[in-house]
Design a binder for this molecule. Structure first.
Ligand SMILES: O=C1O[C@H](COP(=O)(O)O)[C@@H](O)[C@H](O)[C@H]1O
Length: 232
């Protein structure tokens, strides 16, 4: 894992976007796995400044809160439309998404696993860091899930977005599994935001354990980890 410390969020966002632009220049129709949350928002805004080069890029949603409808203002779907798909003008035929309604969960996981198998490894996977060391919704546990799956959420994950508990508290999430992440050709791991010092310390021990899913990234050959001053 290549670690770079950036002075602030703006610098982290610019650096991350420049890494993506570089990849897209060589591989215009690459498959981009998109995280949500505060960490990648600035990076998406930087990418939007060069939107013309993203005319062929394909996007797949990384995770989604269970139960809440896709059109809910706090869904990952709404976030991606606002910050990535709209500004970069990614048409529907270049975007792969999934629904988390309880009656479709199993079928959606199956469909997403088929999609990932048929479309090969993700070219770029964007990851943020959960306060408890999670990546996507792969939460600390005795065992981790390799495939796209329904994930039980830690309390700290649900508490991360207070708006979510206003009548739509998600009991679970759907997300890409550890294999999907680890098979990615390039991972851009963004660590920014308060309350992550413990998780950062745990990662920097360079010991791999299921108590900190992010620690598995030490085994990946091509991770750019960008950390800003708010997270250390
Ligand atoms: O719960 C989550 O948190 C992480 C980090 O969120 P952020 O708002 O601090 O960026 C996010 O990357 C992850 O996708 C989500 O599951």
């Amino acid at each position: 894992m290549k670690i770079s410390y950036l002075e602030n969020y703006a610098a982290l966002s610019k650096k991350a976007a420049s890494l993506i632009v570089e990849e897209v220049q060589h591989n215009p129709d690459l498959l981009f796995c998109a995280a949500t949350g505060g960490s990648p928002t600035g990076m998406y805004a930087e990418m939007a400044k060069e939107k013309d080069i993203f005319g062929q890029m394909r996007v797949v949603k990384m995770d989604e809160w269970g139960i809440i409808p896709s059109e809910h203002p706090d869904s990952c779907e709404t976030y991606l439309k606002k910050h990535l798909l709209g500004p970069l003008e990614i048409e529907d035929n270049r975007y792969t998404t999934f629904d988390t309604k309880p009656d479709v969960v199993e079928a959606e996981c199956q469909r997403m696993n088929t999609f990932l198998t048929e479309n090969g490894a993700l070219d770029i996977c964007i990851l943020g860091l959960g306060k408890n060391g999670h990546i996507a919704f792969n939460e600390p546990a005795d065992i981790l899930q390799p495939y796209f799956h329904k994930a039980l959420l830690a309390d700290s994950t649900i508490a991360h977005d207070p708006a979510l508990s206003q009548g739509h508290e998600p009991a679970y999430g759907l997300c890409v599994g550890m294999e999907g992440i680890m098979q990615s050709k390039k991972i851009i791991f963004l660590i920014t935001g308060k309350g992550k010092q413990e998780a950062v310390k745990r990662i920097m021990e360079r010991k791999i354990g299921t108590d900190c899913p992010a620690s598995f990234l030490w085994m990946h050959p091509n991770v750019e980890c960008l950390i800003d001053s708010s997270a250390v």
